[in-house]
Ligand binder design. Structure first.
Ligand SMILES: Cc1cc2nc3c(=O)[nH]c(=O)nc-3n(C[C@H](O)[C@H](O)[C@H](O)COP(=O)(O)O)c2cc1C
Length: 210
């Protein structure tokens, strides 16, 4: 199933109304880093290039579950969306870039982004989504946090993992954002269907409005 159809399917399946959540969040933005949006796709059939949670494991997945989470937050909160796109993309096949991502972290590589940084001056709530790489944030995410100031924002961190949960990410975040208060955090196990991921993540979103 193509990405757009898969998204529509999830929307219809869940038909989640905008909840009281939107009012309590104020002006909100979803900033996220997704592997499938940061790979070289020249000459490749994009639908054939899968992120890990699409390519393997039980059940059938149509899109990576990080994008399922982004989509649900957008539907329920009406938040603006700001994807992080690095200028020098990763290798298209997942296994080819695993060692490279570790070297990037060890060498404190400095990635640059295609878009200028978002203007957060009027933003009250920041949802930030990322995969967990090497028990940490991907290096482009580190670079992003080195360049913005999130102090005073209501900060909601969500990630996708394959076993290690959020690891030490929240503590690490504070290295770059000492004024940051994390209002809520969540990590989704990548190895599940889009539908079960959506159900699980919706329950977390519900808990934010209570
Ligand atoms: C370079 C790299 C390092 C990773 N390290 C971890 C890790 O430390 N802990 C973990 O649970 N998953 C790890 N993973 C798995 C990712 O969290 C997994 O790819 C992601 O949850 C699935 O998202 P995706 O479908 O967008 O790839 C790693 C993946 C990559 C590519």
């Amino acid at each position: 199933m193509k990405k757009s159809k898969a998204l529509l399917f999830i929307v219809l399946m869940l038909s989640v109304p905008l909840s009281a959540m939107a009012e309590s969040l104020g002006n909100s933005i979803i900033i996220y880093f997704d592997y499938s949006e940061n790979i070289v796709t020249d000459g490749l059939d994009v639908d054939a290039v899968s992120s890990a949670s699409v390519a393997e494991g039980p059940g059938v997945r149509d899109i990576g579950n990080l994008l399922v989470m982004v989509d649900l937050i957008e539907q329920r909160s009406g938040a603006a969306i700001y994807p992080l796109h690095i200028t020098e993309k990763y290798a298209p096949m997942y296994m080819d870039m695993v060692d490279g991502a570790r070297a990037d972290k060890e060498n404190d590589r400095q990635f640059t982004f295609e878009e200028s940084l978002p203007d957060l001056s009027d933003v009250d709530t920041v949802f930030f989504g990322s995969p967990i790489w090497w028990y940490d944030m991907p290096q482009p995410v580190v670079n992003f946090f080195q360049q913005v100031d999130l102090s005073g924002k209501r900060f909601m961190y969500f990630s996708i993992n394959r076993g290690s949960g959020n690891s030490g990410v929240i503590e690490r975040l504070k290295e770059f954002q000492p004024g940051l208060t994390v209002a809520a955090e969540y990590s989704l196990d990548a190895m599940q269907t889009n539908e079960s991921a959506a159900e699980e993540f919706n329950a977390w979103l519900d808990s934010l409005s209570r």
